[in-house]
Design a protein around this ligand. Structure first.
Ligand code: XIL
Length: 299
């Protein structure tokens, strides 16, 4: 079997990967992509700098290529990401206040409208909370427009694409005891109580091995799910790809009914943004690593 087919048999889950448009001409790459995965996330092509490089001028070519590749093969697409402090184009970095707020909301509206009906889930807001023990929001130009910027982004995305499922996505929200996890949990709880349209939480899960793959990861997944949102493992990679860690992550997702699927952040180690750490399921030659077998066996 394959990762995608096996995940589909486990309650209709998906098993996906980040995809880079410039690799769609690499047949070794697309052979694995088309065989193994039933979900894709554009790795960079839907980010703000890619889709609105000049203010008011939108550029969708590379993102459209990935969406077309995926949808023509029955793979679901996760949109990543509409609002983020990073990978902003220069024009946005230099804005502030109500001008920035309006530009951000216009960006959300335009991009979500362009992909309406083609994207199953949107990472509406990415990485808005600070690391460490504060439990505070991350300081950013978007945060400085007012604490309500996150819910404003979700409402704009919902208006533009009412059928898409809208997610909040972050890293270091894996350990249930961390202040950052608790802070995001309280935000989601507040949004659900006040009717802010949020459907899901994405845990990026960029792990460095045993040290930050927490033994309470399953508790984190089930606790978010108990708020009435789906949970997604959105950017999984693990330093040195230990088979047991990949197996545990897979089993944790399968144990939580609302954990809808797992996306690995690239196909081959050579495709990874952390290529020096060999964190993925296929080696640079496209061969399956022990972690691949561990995941497939667990699925
Ligand atoms: C990374 C990409 O993999 C790199 O190609 C790019 O240079 C930087 O961004 N969290 C996220 C992803 O939400 O968008 C990031 O992707 C990895 C960390």
């Amino acid at each position: 079997s394959t990762l995608g087919a096996s995940a589909a048999e486990r309650g209709g889950r998906y098993f996906g990967t980040a995809v880079a448009a410039n690799k769609l001409n690499d047949s070794a790459y697309t052979t694995i992509l088309n065989r193994e995965f039933n979900q894709v996330t554009p790795e960079n092509e839907m980010k703000i700098d890619a889709t609105e490089p000049q203010r008011g001028q939108f550029s969708y070519g590379n993102a459209d290529r990935i969406v077309q590749h995926a949808r023509s093969r029955g793979m679901q697409v996760r949109g990543h990401t509409l609002a983020w402090h990073s990978q902003q184009p220069g024009w946005m970095q230099s804005l502030s206040g109500s001008t920035l707020r309006q530009a951000m909301l216009n960006h959300v509206t335009q991009v979500a409208t362009h992909f309406r009906g083609q994207v199953t889930w949107w990472d509406v807001v990415n990485e808005a909370y600070a690391d460490g023990s504060s439990g505070a929001r991350r300081d950013s130009n978007l945060q400085r427009t007012g604490n309500d910027w996150i819910e404003a982004a979700f409402r704009a995305a919902d208006a533009a694409d009412p059928n898409a499922q809208l997610c909040y996505n972050d890293y270091n929200i894996d350990n249930w005891n961390d202040a950052k996890t608790q802070a995001v949990y309280r935000m989601v709880q507040d949004f659900k109580q006040r009717g802010v349209p949020i459907d899901c939480v994405g845990l990026q899960s960029h792990f460095t091995g045993g040290s930050n793959y927490p033994s309470n990861y399953r508790t984190t997944l089930s606790s978010f799910a108990a708020l009435g949102v789906d949970v997604h493992i959105t950017e999984l990679d693990i330093r040195n790809a230990p088979a047991d860690a990949y197996r545990n992550v897979t089993n944790d997702c399968l144990a939580v009914a609302r954990c809808k699927g797992i996306t690995v952040w690239g196909i081959r180690d050579s495709d990874s943004w952390r290529s020096g750490e060999s964190p993925l399921l296929f080696n640079g030659s496209g061969q399956k690593k022990p972690a691949y077998d561990a995941v497939l066996t667990a699925l």
